[in-house]
Design a protein around this ligand. Structure first.
Ligand code: ASP
Length: 380
């Protein structure tokens, strides 16, 4: 397969020189997993193969891109943590800033894909495409899904229509927004969905098509005439701060921040279920956490014991976010629970794990007041 920046030198045919230049950042996961036998799709070592081995499995990539591989990590994504996310962010930023790179593809494990994608979505400014992909079957398996997903991810990252859309994820021919994608199956090949609004588009056989983006683009065009400066719909879709609203947008602060793992406060997730006890929340308070995300039932509801523990947390100065353990989350503020009265924050359509990331990053840049935090989640 092609190599890197050096491939732009004299001696490279013009047809190759005009192909998009993609950096493939590898982090591990099943897409780079190897098993002892091709009939084994459950027992394997995640992250065993390097970027060059991934490229060798897809010779057709040479027709669509010039690719440089950069090894960031070789982990099973269950081990992703703030240190990994900080390092990944810095590598993406540095690579994206290079004049000889047009787009970024990141291979990742499926298990925490939605967390890493959302973290990057918050940390990276608009610009060159950043596309994550993954696989449910190891690279050595019968009908491995990684090669096709990788081909689609490179197609998308090399397509200028994917610029400025935030971090994207592609699997199984679908394009998802990092903000929306959720792993919905522990085992099926088609393991991902965007419950809140569906996929953004599709990518197949080297072609890219948009479903929701067309709508966003037409809204942008209308606004650029100056007639509708900042409509409520734009505020919702693009997270714009309504004129006159206090506080700025979290993302604007994060784009200019270089975070160290030690900047990230301790924020944990607690689940509500039949008979859930307050012990975990009380232990977290003893431990001194800065935030607790509660994966409640339904519209973020909890039993009396958890409610009392959450009230103790608020009294101790801890930010308490109400999210839901449901697969398709929409927790409304001041509906099932009086959030303003209790001092809680409703997560809106962010699931508990994405809400945790937003809360960690908001706390890291100095947001700590409850109503400012709710405003920050309203703009998520
Ligand atoms: N355990 C793997 C990981 O997340 C699963 C996968 O990639 O599908 O790294």
């Amino acid at each position: 397969m092609t190599a890197p920046s050096s491939s732009m030198d004299i001696g490279v045919p013009a047809a190759v020189r005009s192909l998009p230049r993609i950096a493939l950042l590898t982090t591990g996961g099943t897409i780079a997993g190897a098993a002892a036998s091709e009939s084994d799709s459950l027992r394997y070592a995640a992250g065993a193969l390097g970027g060059d081995a991934l490229l060798r499995a897809v010779p057709a990539l040479a027709r669509i891109a010039q690719i440089e591989t950069i090894a960031v990590a070789a982990i099973d994504s269950k081990d992703a943590d703030p240190a990994f996310w900080c390092a990944l962010t810095e590598t993406v930023r540095a690579t994206r800033a290079r004049d000889d790179i047009d787009g970024i593809v990141i291979t990742h494990g499926t298990d925490t894909l939605e967390e890493s994608a959302y973290w990057l979505d918050l940390m990276l400014a608009a610009g060159k495409p950043v596309v994550l992909t993954a696989a449910m079957r190891p690279a050595t398996a019968l009908s491995a899904d990684g090669p096709a997903n990788l081909f689609d991810a490179v197609t998308l990252a090399g397509d200028t229509s994917a610029r400025d859309l935030g971090v994207l994820v592609t699997l199984q021919n679908r394009i998802h927004a990092a903000r929306d994608i959720v792993k919905v199956s522990s085992h099926a090949l088609d393991a991902f969905a965007s419950p809140a609004g569906g996929p953004l588009g599709w990518v197949q056989d080297g072609r890219v098509g948009w479903l929701r983006r067309r709508h966003l683009a037409s809204l942008t065009a209308r606004d650029e005439t100056g007639s509708t400066p900042s409509s409520p719909l734009r505020q919702t879709l693009f997270g714009e701060v309504p004129s006159g609203a206090s506080g700025d947008r979290l993302e604007a602060r994060l784009h200019v921040r270089r975070l160290q793992p030690s900047d990230l406060p301790d924020v944990e997730v607690v689940v509500q279920y039949g008979g859930a006890s307050p012990h975990l929340i009380d232990a977290l308070l003893t431990h001194g956490v800065r935030g607790i995300v509660v994966a409640g039932t339904g519209n973020g509801t909890v039993n009396a014991a958890l409610m009392a523990a959450m009230q103790r947390a608020v009294a101790a100065g801890v930010i308490v976010i109400r999210s839901s353990r449901a697969a398709d989350v929409h927790v409304s503020a001041n509906a099932a629970v009086d959030d303003d009265g209790e001092g809680f924050v409703a997560s809106g359509t962010l699931n508990p794990y994405k809400a945790r990331i937003r809360l960690m990053l908001a706390l890291a840049v100095g947001l700590s007041e409850r109503s400012a935090m709710q405003a920050c989640f309203n703009l998520a």
